[in-house]
Write a protein that binds this ligand. Structure first.
Ligand code: SAH
Length: 269
């Protein structure tokens, strides 16, 4: 993910919710994770968001309730969305493709980044989403749960999805920061070493280890793999490679000088 990623553009849609307390708790679950777009389809009462219990459970997230929009049908609520993820624990014949919250969150963020509008759709407390409502959606997301009792409270289901979105979003932002810091290194004049330069460094490092008898060249054990894996972890700059190679050259020269002083003297002349 390279362009700016926003959680605010991802919508949470609640279908036929009856308890104002749940709507308040959903608002809180959303705001704590950075979501803000709440949509209600046919709530039990049109003013459910201003009910005392909703406001009380929303706590510091009353703004999410105030900005919530009410729709008559699910398709109406999704008119400006391009992809909808339906939350349901129940498996249906020929339902949409199944995903975990993490998979769905990742897909939603990738799509959002390319300008696609994404929504997560939740069903009513007692009945959940109907087959028709589910088929309006592109994917079905199931939260792994106890098969003997898999129905979470509505706002808790929203919390899990919102958290998955936040985690995936944070991972994307981190990847972006890493990319930037790599770009920063290069902008400051740093030049990344080539794969060949790092392979040559590794060979040099091993020769220095042999010179001081740290490894037996005939039986190097796991050192070669460990060293290769360690070098693969960081993109090294050419200056770092040069510094290490200078150090290994000195190690080898000093050892040679001690072991074969005459040879060394001869080479010098
Ligand atoms: N009794 C309903 C469940 C209602 S729970 C039923 O049988 O479908 C309210 C909503 O929370 C559900 O419609 C769904 O959107 C979400 N939800 C609860 N538990 C879930 C789970 N394990 N996986 C996915 N969504 C879940």
């Amino acid at each position: 993910m390279t362009a700016a990623i926003s959680l605010e553009s991802i919508s949470i849609v609640l279908v036929k919710t009856s308890h104002p307390g749940n709507v308040g708790s959903v608002a809180r679950a959303m705001k704590t994770m950075g979501l803000s777009d709440l949509r209600l389809v046919e709530p039990k009462s049109a003013d459910i968001c201003s009910a005392e219990e909703a406001i009380s459970l929303a706590s510091g997230a009353v703004d999410v309730l105030e900005n919530a929009r009410v729709y008559n049908t699910l398709p109406d609520a999704l008119a400006d969305r391009n992809v909808a993820f339906a939350l349901s624990a129940r498996l249906r014949d020929l339902g949409p493709g199944l995903q975990s919250p993490q998979e769905a969150a990742r897909e939603a963020l990738v799509l959002t980044q390319s300008g696609v509008g994404a929504a997560f759709v939740f069903g009513a407390e007692r009945t959940g989403l109907s087959n028709e409502e589910l088929l309006v959606c592109n994917r079905q997301v199931t939260i792994a749960a106890n098969p003997a009792y898999s129905s979470l409270n509505l706002s808790q289901a929203v919390q899990i999805v919102a958290y998955a979105l936040r985690m995936e979003w944070a991972a994307g932002v981190q990847a972006q920061a890493d990319e930037n810091s790599l770009a920063g290194t290069l902008q400051q004049g740093g030049r990344l070493a080539s794969v060949k330069a790092v392979a040559d460094l590794q060979a040099h490092w091993l020769r220095a280890m042999e010179a001081v008898d740290f490894i037996n060249p005939d039986k190097p054990k796991k050192v070669v793999q460990r060293l290769a894996r360690m070098l693969a972890k960081t993109p090294l700059e050419q200056e770092e490679v040069d510094m290490l190679r200078g150090f290994f050259s000195d190690v080898i020269r000093v050892v040679d000088n001690r072991l074969y002083p005459h040879e060394f003297e001869r080479k010098k002349h």
